[in-house]
Write a protein that binds this ligand. Structure first.
Ligand code: ADP
Ligand code: MG
Length: 393
């Protein structure tokens, strides 16, 4: 059983809150605060009830050493402004100075310095885990984006707590992502895109038996088209995945899954320039398919309209470079227009970026914060960080 935050008695308690504040830092300032802002409801919930909250995160890849540019000091300033409360910055994440700050410091919030300044964090070291655990009475994990890592602050320390819970952000991820694998509302449509089939094999295998339709766009669609004997010009192709694509299409047929591939494209030249709409599933020899075409976008949009639940992972085009963002924009817009009748769930860092660029994120049910963790979850893997929260695994 994974307990919800509201089930814990936080009165007079010191709470350890593991968050994912791995944000971009630019000129000593937080560049993009989304991850910090997302954890604020959990932080406020705890602050209203507990004696003190210790906030801990990693930032970047300092490889187990103190590296100035990976200090969480810019995060402290941002957090202080957002909460309108003093946030004490600890000089480290364990040790006497930190213990002292937690015990005697006046403010209610202590931000620990980067967990990954210690190599023991990523090694899930027992003694380090114990030292972190010794700081608090209660453990709360809100770092879904790091839940696929068996690190000390995620798994190692959690076992020392009788009282532990999922934070509000992590809980929301479980509430939306859990049913996709367990008992999805039907019709359940999955849209997959992105550059490569090989990145998504686990997700396709795990979801195929659960979906009513699978819509494939993006670079990965070309390996499927090739497997059907359709010319794809200079589009992305994974030669060694052609057989797999054939197998997956056969499996979809057996399962009665409606698997749709692009029927038209927007293709560029070999330098991705001179975009041209190709009104056919086949692509001329010198051209590269870089987005689904308008007919395909309409075909996919119609499937979204018929669905109860839509999971989308992987942009259906080279969305970073207009006009190859058009297909992804149409899909994002369609999901937003059908909200809330259709529950839309967006997975993957680039897909979230594409949906945000379309300006419709507030009208879609859930944009997962997980990135790699979300994909592993969708592959059906047990995430160590989720397992660690379980009272009776
Ligand atoms: P996510 O991060 O959401 O899981 P991926 O990383 O799998 O998504 O895929 C995103 C990448 O796929 C983007 O960089 C995008 O430009 C690229 N992409 C999508 N379609 C194409 C295409 N037709 N040709 C080349 N790259 C593509
Ligand atoms: Mg990506």
């Amino acid at each position: 059983m994974i307990r919800k935050l509201a089930e814990l008695d936080l009165r007079d308690k010191v709470v350890f809150l593991r968050v994912d504040f791995n944000v971009p830092i630019k000129d000593g300032k937080v560049g993009e605060p989304h991850r910090i802002d997302s954890a604020l409801p959990t932080l406020r919930f705890i602050l209203e009830r507990a004696k003190k909250v210790i906030v801990a995160s990693h930032l970047g890849r300092p490889d187990g050493k103190f590296v100035d540019k990976y200090s969480l000091a810019p995060v402290q300033r941002h957090l202080q402004d957002s909460l309108k409360l003093p946030v004490a910055m600890a000089s480290d994440c364990i040790g006497p100075a930190v213990e002292n700050l937690v015990r005697t410091g006046e403010g209610k919030v202590v931000l620990l310095e980067n967990l990954r300044f210690h190599p023991e964090e990523e090694k899930n070291d027992e003694i380090f885990s114990r030292a972190l655990a010794a700081l608090a009475d209660i453990y709360v994990d809100d770092a879904f984006g790091a839940a696929h890592r068996a690190h000390a602050s995620i798994t190692g320390m959690a076992k020392f707590f009788k009282n532990k819970a999922a934070g509000l952000l992590l809980q929301k991820e479980l509430d939306y992502l859990g049913p996709l694998l367990a008992n999805p509302a039907q019709p359940f449509v999955t849209i997959l895109g992105g550059a490569k089939v090989s990145d998504k094999i686990g997700v396709i295998r795990n979801l195929l038996p659960k979906v009513s339709a699978l819509l494939i766009g993006g670079g990965m669609a070309y390996t499927f088209l090739k497997a059907k004997g359709i010319d794809i010009g200079k589009s992305l192709l994974e030669h060694d995945k052609i057989d797999l694509a054939t197998q997956l299409m056969e499996q979809a047929k057996q399962l009665g899954v409606n698997l749709l591939l692009p029927v038209d494209h927007v293709a560029g030249d070999s330098e991705r320039k001179q975009p041209l709409t190709i009104n056919d599933s086949a692509i001329p020899g010198d051209r590269m398919g870089l987005d689904i075409g308008p007919k395909t976008a309409q075909l996919f949009a119609a499937e979204i309209g018929k669905a109860k639940l839509v999971l989308w992972n992987g942009p259906v085009g080279l969305f970073e470079i207009p006009p190859y963002d058009q297909g992804s924009r149409v899909l994002a817009q369609t999901l937003a227009d059908n909200h809330p009748a259709v529950v839309g769930i967006i997975a993957g860092g680039d897909t979230v970026a594409a949906v945000s660029a379309a300006g419709v994120s507030s009208r879609i049910a859930h944009l997962s914060t997980g990135g790699g963790a979300t994909l592993e979850f969708l592959e059906g893997k047990v995430l160590p960080g989720i397992k660690a929260l379980d009272d009776q695994p």
